[in-house]
Design a protein around this ligand. Structure first.
Ligand code: ATP
Length: 324
């Protein structure tokens, strides 16, 4: 019998699977401006891609099947497998943009902590964009991929970009930041996640407590800007200077919602970390160390401290989403 899909340009049955590897991020600076009229906050954030990876594999689906998602890994049970998964939304957005059918089976091998402030969902969205683009032979210009990424979420463009970059606007307007050498990180993963909107809400509440009514608004909070000392530390590859310059305006809010994170931060600092902060909206805590052997020592002290669920070490910066 004639194969009636033969003219579709894509041979659904035989196209080879495509796998994309994508890193987690830590915000080495996260400056949060006042709440805008639209409810968003202007940011000046320095994203740093670290060597903890998810892998997204795209395989052809049957015509009319739509997007299906499967997930493996220790946190697989808490990752949605319906249309709300950022990888599914990415596949759908790319298909809609090109007017093609979004028939694809996406498999996520998840190693990035879920709801940990390390942009795991955004990473999978970026990976799915690249994987579906290759599977469907679309050859989408990089500029278009970045525009689609920005519509999916503020952190998705950085997951495509990788390395180190300054994010402005909602974090989606990226400028590459020059760096030298490798930095050695330790991550303390907490039990249970923190919701990003809840942490922003708590940040506003704390600002109003301190500054009175309107205290969280744009007129009261200074316009966020990149920190010169932090950029210099990255440019010269100076871990001690970077450790001293780490900052996160959401940290007080994350600590307010999860006071036990103070114990985690102290445990890592006591063990010799040269910098410590909550990663993004938390609750993962990130520790910068001088070298690989200090990272191993801080990791084992944290594991023994009983202040976190799980400890990971990672080196960065690393590239963004890439076909593997
Ligand atoms: P960010 O650092 O960007 O604020 P996060 O690392 O705190 O994000 P994610 O791991 O991205 O958080 O997950 C936040 C929520 O998003 C999860 O609780 C989950 O319900 C949903 N989600 C959607 N798609 C995914 C995905 N592919 N992987 C993980 N979570 C996802």
């Amino acid at each position: 019998a004639a194969d009636h899909h033969a003219d579709a340009g894509i041979d659904a049955g035989t196209a080879a699977p495509v796998t994309v590897r994508v890193p987690a991020k830590v915000n080495v600076q996260l400056a949060v401006g006042g709440r805008r009229a639209d409810g968003f906050h202007a940011l000046a954030t320095v994203f740093f891609a670290v060597g903890l990876f998810d892998e997204v594999t795209a395989r052809p689906g049957e015509p009319g099947e739509g997007v299906t998602i499967t997930v493996e890994g220790p946190d697989a049970g808490v990752v949605p497998t319906d249309g709300t998964n950022l990888a599914a939304r990415a596949a759908q957005a790319l298909a809609t943009h090109h007017g093609v059918a979004a028939d694809v089976r996406l498999h996520i091998a998840k190693d990035i902590p879920v709801a940990g402030g390390m942009a795991g969902g955004s990473a999978d969205g970026a990976a799915a964009l690249l994987a579906c683009d290759a599977l469907w032979g679309l050859d989408t210009p990089r500029e278009t991929l970045f525009a689609l990424a920005a519509e999916l979420g503020s952190d998705v463009p950085f997951s495509l970009h990788g390395g180190v970059a300054l994010g402005e606007g909602r974090g989606e307007q990226l400028t590459p930041v020059p760096t030298q050498g490798a930095f050695h990180w330790v991550f303390a993963v907490a039990d249970g996640g923190l919701s990003t909107p809840a942490v922003y809400g708590e940040c506003d509440r704390l600002r109003e407590l301190a500054g009175g009514p309107g205290g969280a608004d744009e007129s009261h909070v200074p316009t966020p800007a990149a920190d010169r000392a932090l950029l210099d530390a990255l440019a010269t590859g100076d871990p001690a200077a970077l450790g001293a310059a780490l900052s996160n305006d959401l940290q007080a809010a994350a600590l307010s919602l999860r006071p036990s994170l103070a114990d985690t931060l102290r445990a890592g600092t006591d063990a010799g970390a040269i910098g410590a902060l909550v990663s993004g909206s938390g609750p993962t805590c990130a520790f910068l160390t001088k070298d690989a052997s200090d990272a191993a020592a801080v990791a084992s002290a944290l594991a023994a401290s009983g202040t976190c669920r799980n400890v990971r070490t990672a080196v960065g910066p690393v590239p963004g989403a890439q076909l593997s």
